[in-house]
Design a protein around this ligand. Sequence first.
Ligand code: ADP
Ligand code: MG
Length: 238
Amino acid sequence: MAEVVLRSVDKTFGSVRVIKSVDLHIADGEFCVFVGPSGCGKSTLLRLIAGLEEVTSGAVEIGGEDVTRLPPASRGIAMVFQSYALYPHMTVADNITFGLRTAGAEKADTARRLEHASKMLELDTLLDRKPAQLSGGQRQRVAIGRAIVRDPQVFLFDEPLSNLDAALRTQMRIEIGGLHKDLNTTMIYVTHDQVEAMTMADKIVVLRAGQVEQVGAPLDLYSRPANLFVAGFIGSPK
Ligand code: ADP
Ligand code: MG
């Protein structure tokens, strides 16, 4: 069970309150998308779930456990960022397994996980390449591979496709959807792209200025937006 629950989560930077009393319940296995305009707090909320930022008040639960005070490595999560942050001097294989190796994982286990992830992402023939020898989509797959080998309970994605061109974005959207089906894990996906939100989500969380404006299935929000903000955001393609 890897549901994610936020209870009255607040985050203040200096004197600025950027997350305001957020309550959320993301079910086990759900594909949940956070949308909202730039600066509304999407990344901060994701980082609070990951433990990369500490909540100012409130609680974070993952898989029924209160993880509010636990470091990122103990939360059973893996995060895929917008900038791939691959190590340029390392091969694809070494990039994918870097986190496992630094955590002291067994060699045979590491090799098995690498094989599984690289087959799944069709990177198995590219394992000896360096990031500079890969396309944008392949690099993004390496970043996802790095998350998969950790076998997390929850995947967190922060605008993973925003650096890709339109055609590749569409393809990767389908691939991430397929991954969700295959792995059957909880995924939380941040985007400011309405099309991504509408096509990928089981549930959409619309954020505005650090608060949850509305939560619902894509069609619910589309046909019954709570207010003009949601209607404008979900209804108007960019
Ligand atoms: P989004 O991802 O939706 O674009 P962010 O979560 O990055 O928004 O940021 C939300 C707000 O919090 C913004 O006003 C941003 O400037 C502020 N913020 C984010 N991180 C920090 C930080 N480390 N220190 C100060 N302010 C921050
Ligand atoms: Mg962001």
